[in-house]
Design a protein around this ligand. Structure first.
Ligand code: ADP
Length: 375
C-alpha cells in the first residue's frame, strides 16, 4: 500500500510562485502532496488551527505580516508542524534567522526544482518527528527522575530522622528505642523494595530482555507461591485458597518471571484485604488460554482509577498510599511480564466489594494428566 498524501499548507501571496510550487510538487517523486494555498497569514493560521497539516511552506513577506514575525506567528499557532521558509535571493540572513528560531529549512525561490522541494519537505517532516520524539523522551526522563526521587525521599528522610534521634542518646525508654529501630528497619525495607522494583523494571524494559521459557505447571506454581506468601498472610490472619482443575494447566513460560506476577498480585491482595479474610486464587481455562484469577475482599478500586492502575508509579489515594507503603510499580511490572508472554492482564472491581485481578497466557496442553507432563 502506498503512503497517504502529505498535506502541505502553502502561505504565499505571489500567484506565479503558487502555480510553480503546485506544479513542482505534482512532479516531485517519491510522495504525493495535497497542497492547500492561502495568500494571507491570517488565513494560514485559521487553516492550521482547523485542519491537519504535515508541513508549511511559508513566504515571510505577506500582505498582513512581514519578516521574522511571520514565522513566529506560524510557530506559535502550530509548534509541532515543520515549516520550510521560502525566501528571495537577497534574504539569506532573514532565512537563517528563521532557521535559528525553529524553522526546519529555507529554500531560495529562484533555485527551486521539483526534486529539491520534495526532498526539503520530506526531510523537514522527518527531522521534526525526530525532534518531537527526542523532546518526549527528555520529558519522560524528567518525569521518571522526579517520581523516583519523590519515592526515595520519604523513607530516606524518615530513616535519617529515627537514626538521628537514636544517636542523640536522648531516648532512654527501651520500648521507644525499640519502636524507633523497628520504624528505621521498615524504612530500609521499603528502600530495598523500591530498588528491587526499579531493577526489575529496567530489566524488563531493556531491548535485550528475553524470557527463559520452558514448560510450567501453572497450578503447581500457584501452590508454591501461596506457600511462599503464607507467613505474610498469617501475620494478618488471612487464608490463601487455591482452586484448580483436575488436569494440569501447562504453559510455555519463564517460571521466575511468571512467579513474580503471582507474587505481586497475591501480595497486593494480602495488603488490601481486611484482617481475618480470605483470598481466592483460581487457575482455569478460557478457550486455549490458561487463566489465573486472584480475588480479595479489600476496598476495591475506584472506577475513575481503572485506566491508570497498570501505569508506572500509580497508587490510588488512600491510607495505603499515605502510609508510604508500596511502590506503585508492582502492577506495571506484572503487565510487562504478562505481555512478554503474549498474554493479557486486567481486573474487575466494585468499590467497597473487593477486586479480582486476572491474567491469561496461552496454554500448551490442557488435557494430559499432570504426571505425564511434568517430569
Ligand atoms: P503498590 O506497590 O502501590 O501496591 P501496584 O502497582 O502493585 O503498586 O498497585 C498500584 C495501586 O493499585 C496500589 O497502590 C493500589 O492503590 C491499587 N491496587 C492494587 N491492587 C489492589 C487490590 N488488590 N485492592 C485494592 N487496590 C489495589
Amino acid at each position: 500500500m502506498s503512503d497517504p498524501p502529505l498535506h502541505v499548507l502553502l502561505i504565499e501571496d505571489n500567484p506565479g510562485d503558487v502555480l510553480l510550487i503546485r506544479e513542482y510538487l505534482r512532479d516531485a517523486h517519491g510522495r504525493e502532496y495535497e497542497v492547500r494555498s492561502v495568500d494571507r497569514l491570517a488565513d494560514g493560521l485559521t487553516h492550521l488551527a482547523e485542519s491537519q497539516v504535515d508541513a508549511v511552506l511559508l513566504d515571510l513577506s505577506l500582505p498582513d505580516s512581514r519578516g521574522i514575525e511571520t514565522f513566529e506567528r506560524v510557530q506559535a499557532e502550530a509548534p509541532a508542524v515543520p515549516t520550510v521558509v521560502l525566501t528571495g535571493l537577497d534574504d539569506h540572513s532573514l532565512a537563517l534567522h528563521a532557521v535559528q528560531s525553529g524553522a526546519q529549512d529555507y529554500l531560495v525561490k529562484d533555485e527551486l526544482t521539483p526534486g529539491l522541494l520534495g526532498r526539503a519537505l520530506r526531510y523537514a517532516i522527518e527531522r521534526q518527528q525526530l525532534r518531537l520524539a527526542a523532546s518526549e523522551l527528555a520529558r519522560m526522563k524528567e518525569d521518571f527522575v522526579a517520581n523516583v526521587s519523590h519515592q526515595l525521599r520519604t523513607p530516606v528522610h524518615s530513616l535519617q530522622g529515627f537514626l538521628n534521634l537514636l544517636m542523640d542518646g536522648k531516648v532512654d525508654d527501651p520500648a521507644v528505642r525499640r519502636e524507633f529501630l523497628t520504624r528505621a528497619s521498615e524504612d530500609a525495607a521499603r528502600l530495598a523494595a523500591l530498588t528491587d522494583d526499579l531493577l526489575k523494571m529496567s530489566r524488563l524494559e531493556s531491548p535485550r530482555f528475553q524470557l527463559d521459557s520452558g514448560r510450567v505447571d501453572l497450578g503447581a506454581l500457584v501452590d508454591a507461591t501461596n506457600e511462599l506468601l503464607e507467613p505474610l498472610a498469617a501475620e494478618r490472619n488471612i487464608a490463601l485458597l487455591h482452586s484448580a482443575p483436575d488436569t494440569a494447566l501447562v504453559v510455555k513460560a519463564d517460571e521466575h518471571w511468571l512467579q513474580q506476577v503471582l507474587i505481586n498480585l497475591i501480595e497486593n491482595a494480602i495488603k488490601f484485604s481486611p484482617e481475618g479474610g480470605s483470598i481466592n486464587v483460581a487457575t482455569t481455562t478460557s478457550e486455549s488460554d490458561a487463566v489465573v484469577t486472584v480475588a480479595d475482599r479489600g476496598p476495591g478500586i475506584p472506577a475513575h482509577s481503572t485506566s491508570s492502575v497498570f501505569e508506572k508509579f500509580f497508587q490510588v489515594e488512600g491510607p495505603h498510599k499515605r502510609a508510604g507503603r508500596g511502590t506503585g510499580l508492582g502492577l506495571y511490572i506484572c503487565k510487562q511480564i504478562v505481555e512478554a508472554h503474549g498474554g493479557t492482564i486486567g481486573f474487575s472491581s466494585n468499590e467497597g466489594n473487593g477486586s479480582m485481578f486476572y491474567f491469561s497466557i496461552p496454554a500448551i496442553e490442557l488435557t494430559e494428566p499432570v504426571a505425564e507432563l511434568i517430569s
